[in-house]
Every structure is written in structure tokens, then in C-alpha cells.
Design a protein around this ligand. Structure first.
Ligand code: GRG
Length: 297
């Protein structure tokens, strides 16, 4: 049986050693912003998105080295979103991954700049990467759309803020689904699409990986909601039960924990089936899908 936790741990160790070197060049008093960027990136994340890039590129025979630059770029961008999400003007969190959030460890202005720095650095890494020009342009197009303000992560965050102010939305489930798709789903989908692009996947293979990413994306968000409702704060590493206290529109608040859990299990079974077309090569993606809902952090 595949020990996906061990595989993820080994991948993370290698990934962390490499990504840390990307913060070496700073000097002078302005290096404080790079210190804050590095603090947030090297702060013990699960590295799910980089691992997805690596594993999906691996379906097409690509190595750790060949997927690393896209994986690192994505983790920079993901870390920016968490720094900004934690700010007092957004979710106002003191803890992230069990440690003080960036604005608590540094200060608010530095945290805003660290987020800006990471977002920009993500695209610098892609632009300088060793991929062909066509691959780089496609990656930059997909990442900017997925992270962006029209149908991407920024749009999802905006809709989430809007939803907090609406007391009785007409169709709450549709609204939650739409928020999830943009806020968290887009970057998870990008991770799989990036692997497919690096691997030279054909249209059909890209569609399969996109479908897989959508199933695990919704299940990931449901798992996150369940952890907020009944996780162990020590393991999750952030303040929990905020969704209930703030009466937030979430899958758990709409369905209740048990039904939400059943829905996420169904989604994961579908995701596992979708990547079964890759045979043995897709086994780690299947194990990862299970990990997404079985995790306790
Ligand atoms: C501020 C533009 C902007 C966007 C923020 C991603 C996001 C949008 C907010 C995070 C809020 C949140 C907790 C969403 C639930 C899903 C999620 C993205 C969790 C964090 O991702 P993990 O669990 O984090 O992969 P680690 O720490 O493992 O990297």
C-alpha cells in the first residue's frame, strides 16, 4: 500500500531545500521584506500544490528538477495569498501553520509588501525558468488567470467577503460552490494543468487532469471546513471554529458535518476513478486524493 504521507514528507524535504535557496540574494535594510517572504514560505506548509505539479508532470516522465520551477513559483503565489488572507482587513488571523502570521511576526506594512513580493516573484521565476518559450507563456497565462480578479483566486476572495455581508442568499450552495471554485479551486487546478503543460499532455489528458483537480478541489475545501468545525487546533495550526462563530457560508454550515463528509468521500472516489486511466502511474494521485480528506492538518 502507498504511504502517501511518507512520500509527501520526502518530497517536501527536497522541495524545501531547493526553494530556500531562492531567497539568497537579499541585502541591505530592504532585505526585511525578503526575510518576511522567506519566513512565510518556509513556515511548514503541506506543499500540496507543488507536489501536484511534480506528480502530474511525472505522469509524462518529467523529473523533480523539470517540475521544480513551476512548483516553486506556485508555492510563492500560494504563500502570498495566505499572508494577505491573514491580514486584519481580511480574515484577521494571528496563527498560520502553528506560528505567528506574517503581520504578527513582522508588521502589517511588511506583510503586505511580502505578499506583493511573493506574487511578483512567482512570475519572475516562471519567466526565467528553463522551459521552452511556449511552455513558459502557457504557464504564465494559466497562473495569472487562476490567481486573478476576473475568474480566479482574487475574484473568489472578493466573493467570499461579499458573502459574509449577505444574510439570506438566494442559492447558498451555488454561491459557496462558486467561491470555492475560484478561491481555492483555481490554484489546485493550475497545479495539475502546469504538470500537464510541462509534460506535453494532449487535450484529452489535460481535460482528465482538470476534472481530477475539480473533484479534489471541492473535497479539499470541504475537508478544510470540517477541520475548522472539529479539528485539533494544535495539529491544524490556526484558530478554529471561526466559520461557525462568524456564521460563515460554508459547506459544513449548509450541510452539517456528516453530509459534508459523505459528499467529500464521493468526490474523492470520483477523482480516483478519473485518474485510473493512467494505470500504475496515477496511483500516487489516487493516494493523494484520499489524503486530502483523511488529513488532520
Ligand atoms: C488574499 C487574494 C487573496 C486570496 C486569499 C487562499 C485564500 C485566498 C485564502 C485562504 C483561506 C482559506 C483557509 C481557504 C481554505 C483552503 C486553503 C487555501 C487552505 C490553505 O491551504 P493549505 O492547507 O495550506 O494547502 P498550507 O499551509 O499547507 O500550505
Amino acid at each position: 500500500m502507498i504511504d502517501i504521507k511518507e512520500i509527501l514528507k520526502e518530497y517536501s524535504a527536497r522541495f524545501n531545500a531547493e526553494i530556500e535557496t531562492l531567497f539568497n540574494d537579499a541585502s541591505g535594510p530592504e532585505a526585511r521584506v525578503v526575510e518576511a517572504m522567506k519566513y512565510s514560505v518556509m513556515n511548514g506548509g503541506k506543499r500540496l500544490r507543488p507536489y501536484l505539479v511534480y506528480e502530474t508532470a511525472g505522469l509524462f516522465g518529467k523529473s523533480f528538477e523539470q517540475s521544480f520551477q513551476a512548483a516553486a513559483s506556485l508555492e510563492m503565489l500560494h504563500s502570498y495569498s495566505l499572508i494577505h488572507d491573514d491580514l486584519p482587513a481580511m480574515d484577521n488571523d494571528d496563527l498560520r501553520r502553528g506560528k505567528p502570521t506574517c503581520h504578527k511576526q513582522f508588521d502589517e506594512a511588511t506583510a503586505i509588501l511580502a505578499g506583493d513580493g511573493l506574487l511578483t516573484y512567482a512570475f519572475e521565476i516562471l519567466a526565467k525558468a528553463d522551459y521552452s518559450a511556449d511552455v513558459k507563456i502557457e504557464l504564465i497565462r494559466l497562473l495569472s488567470q487562476g490567481a486573478g480578479a476576473f475568474k480566479g483566486m482574487v475574484a473568489g476572495q472578493m466573493l467570499d467577503l461579499y458573502a459574509e455581508k449577505v444574510t439570506n442568499p438566494e442559492n447558498p450552495l451555488e454561491l459557496i460552490g462558486h467561491i470555492e471554485e475560484m478561491k481555492t479551486g483555481c490554484l489546485l487546478s493550475y497545479a495539475c494543468e502546469a504538470g500537464a503543460v510541462i509534460g506535453g499532455a494532449d487535450v484529452q489528458q489535460r481535460k482528465i487532469l482538470h476534472d481530477y483537480s475539480r473533484k479534489i478541489g471541492i473535497a479539499f475545501q470541504i475537508a478544510d471546513d470540517i477541520l475548522d468545525a472539529e479539528g485539533d487546533p494544535q495539529l491544524v495550526g490556526k484558530t478554529l471554529k471561526k466559520d461557525k462563530d462568524q456564521n460563515k457560508l460554508t459547506f459544513v454550515n449548509c450541510y452539517g458535518v456528516e453530509k459534508a463528509r459523505r459528499i467529500s468521500t464521493d468526490l474523492i472516489n470520483q477523482a480516483v476513478e478519473i485518474v485510473s486511466v493512467f494505470g500504475n502511474r496515477g496511483r500516487n494521485l489516487q493516494a493523494l486524493a484520499h489524503f486530502i480528506i483523511d488529513r488532520n492538518f
